[in-house]
Ligand binder design. Structure first.
Ligand code: DGT
Ligand code: CA
Ligand code: CA
Ligand code: ZN
Length: 593
């Protein structure tokens, strides 16, 4: 599959950078006109159907509404380097820590600017201390009530700072850091650099970033790392380990290791802790003590006590202990070590196994671009099929398609397919719907309309607070409908924003297995729904899985890797997933066929 290269910075990253500039300008006291332009441009970029990287490459940024020469220049610099001259200049004039203070409820840029100029407050800690010491109420226009609200707001922000970060936020940051570090240094300064930790295991949220590097000059690398624009504060600066906090609150460890220790270090810092402990036990049984550097003979095995073994690769370390190399996603001590011992590890699904997607939207509902543009993007990614599944009526907030609109979509889909067939393009656009499961479990479209569609994805978007029995029964009713092929994002959770519904997944998955209803792994990084544990359970119960990004815009298709990450953490093989098959074989697996 010729996957399009994924750009390091997304439209949203660009928008956030423009917002940072706007806020710094506002705090600095520049006129409304100066900062509003950046904030407006940020909204435009955030809502753009096209990838801003493509627009910048074509040199047409200034054609966008609200994007003038100044803003365009900032965007270009940001896409190339992860920062801009303007932001750098503003950071030298305004302490960047003030930006976070503007996120305290009730504190806008104007108030933050006064707290800074009149009381010298630049950090959350200083703000808290000043509020506790009742120094804030002395300022004109601030009162005791303001102090109280500030303390509440600070507590909220601190809580957010200690929360785990969704992988979809953390991964671009880690890759951005690595790219920025490479660019800040001469080409031969870094021999190897890899993210480790939970990020490398594709865990859905990460506590902190762990990056490992090999370099001939550790001091140079550590110095460059501390100076990266992404870094808010250096928490610990050592010769081989530096710990920093990034803007936004995520913390990152960078460790420098020797080449001969690389395999063991990468293994150790990839974890998980539970996997490492199990591996350590296994090594001990063979007479070796395992550390982050290598193996040392305990004297209880064949090798004389104190003898050391080092490994330049993880494969060599695992092999020395009698194991096949274990994919990081499996390293959770869920039985993977025993399988590696007997050479029985599953051949995990990879991104290239996915031949098409079975859940996506167009501007007929809440998608951003036309049916044709979405399909062309799917073709450009090397997909052989893509399911158009706009929201059905019944969702309220969006237009939503009904029987009539679906008939119109069918004509468009047929015409496009005929055109690609003439052009010899090996691609099939499928017509379906994302069908609303209504609050009482009835479906938003009648059976005769559903029967005319290629694939029906049914999902729940409303009445999410129903009790366990009600929402489970509601879902079971939909699953039992012979026209419902796929159950979309079964728990409706949004990571860090909305908890899963109370739905009884065991019963739901059993019903899916019994009826032949395929279960979705929604790959959107906010959803990842099914999660890894449920996906494993689904397959154990005999369900088939579909992995789709639920794309609402072209770049959403980049999110497929997160769904594949969930699948790999669930030990899924290509056979478990229906959209690894050519279109006819895939359709033949649906229950209606
Ligand atoms: P996170 O950051 O909470 O998402 O999870 P991890 O897995 O990235 O954990 P982290 O950052 O605390 O440590 C990175 C890896 O270092 C961890 O996966 C395994 C290894 N490690 C850390 N502490 C220990 C430990 O006490 N014993 C062992 N055996 N390994 C450890
Ligand atoms: Ca970590
Ligand atoms: Ca760590
Ligand atoms: Zn949906």
């Amino acid at each position: 599959m010729n996957a399009k290269p994924t750009h390091t910075f997304t439209n949203h990253d660009v928008a956030e950078h423009l917002r940072l500039i706007a806020t710094l300008k506002e705090i600095k006291g520049e006129g409304r006109f100066h900062w509003l332009a950046f904030r407006n441009a940020a909204d435009v970029i955030d809502n753009l159907p096209e990838d801003v990287n493509d627009i910048a490459a074509a040199g047409t940024l200034t054609d966008l509404p609200g994007v003038g020469k100044g803003v365009a220049e900032v965007i270009e610099q940001f896409l190339a380097t992860g920062d801009s001259e303007l932001a750098g200049k503003l950071r030298s004039q305004v302490p960047v820590t003030l930006v976070e203070l503007t996120e305290v409820p009730g504190l806008g840029a104007k108030k933050v600017a006064r707290l800074w100029r009149e009381l010298g407050i630049t950090t959350l800690a200083e703000l808290k201390a000043a509020a506790e010491a009742h120094r804030i109420r002395e300022l004109k226009g601030f009162g005791a009530k303001t102090e109280e609200n500030i303390l509440k707001g600070v507590a909220l922000l601190e809580q957010r700072r200690h929360a785990r970060t969704p992988l979809g936020v953390a991964r671009p940051q880690a890759l951005g850091l690595i790219q920025a570090l490479r660019e800040a240094l001469p080409a031969d300064a870094i021999t190897a650099i890899e993210p480790a930790g939970s990020l490398r295991r594709w865990k859905e949220t990460v506590g902190d970033l762990d990056i490992l590097a090999i370099t001939p000059d550790p001091a140079q690398v550590m110095a460059a790392f501390q100076q990266l624009p992404q870094v808010e504060e250096v928490l610990l600066g050592g010769e081989t380990k530096t710990r920093v906090r990034l803007h936004g609150g995520l913390e990152c460890d960078l460790r420098v290791v020797e080449p001969r220790h690389w395999g063991t270090a990468l293994q150790y810092f990839t974890g998980s802790k539970a996997h490492n402990i199990e591996l350590r036990e296994l090594a001990l049984k063979q007479g070796w003590s395992l550390s982050e550097y290598g193996l040392k003979a305990t004297g209880k095995g064949d090798a004389p006590a104190g003898e050391e073994r080092f490994f330049e690769t993880e494969e060599a370390l695992y092999a020395f202990l009698g194991l096949d190399w274990i994919p990081p996603e499996m390293r959770e001590n869920r039985g993977e070590i025993a399988l590696a011992q007997t050479h029985a590890l599953p051949h995990l699904l990879t991104r290239d196994d996915i031949l098409g997607e079975l859940h996506g939207h167009s501007d007929w509902s809440d998608g951003r671009v036309s049916i044709e543009a979405m399909a062309e993007a799917a073709i450009a990614r090397g997909y052989r099929y893509w399911l158009l599944s706009d929201h059905s009526v019944g969702l309220g907030v969006t237009g939503g398609v009904d029987g009539e609109k679906l008939a119109e979509q069918r004509k468009i889909v047929d015409a496009l397919n005929a055109q690609w067939a003439r052009e010899g393009v090996d691609f099939r656009l499928l017509l379906g719907v994302e069908l609303e499961i209504l609050a009482d479990g009835s479906l938003a479209l009648p059976d005769d309309v559903l029967a005319r569609l290629d694939v029906v994805v049914a999902s729940i978007h409303s009445s999410l607070r129903q009790d366990r029995e009600t929402i489970t029964e509601r879902c079971l009713k939909a699953i039992r409908n012979p026209h419902v092929d796929i159950l979309g994002h079964p728990t409706s959770r949004l990571l860090g924003k909305r908890p899963p519904t109370e739905i009884d997944m065991e019963r739901v998955l059993q019903a899916c297995a019994e009826t032949g209803t395929v279960v979705e792994i929604n790959a959107h990084p906010w959803r990842l729904d099914l999660n890894d544990v449920h996906a494993r359970r689904a397959v154990d119960l005999g369900c088939k899985i579909a992995i789709s990004t639920d794309a609402h815009r072209l770049t959403d298709m980049d999110y497929l890797i997160y769904g594949v990450g969930v699948a790999r953490r669930a030990w899924l093989t290509p056979d478990d997933v229906i959209n690894t098959r050519p279109v006819d074989a895939m359709l033949a697996l649906l229950k209606k066929n």
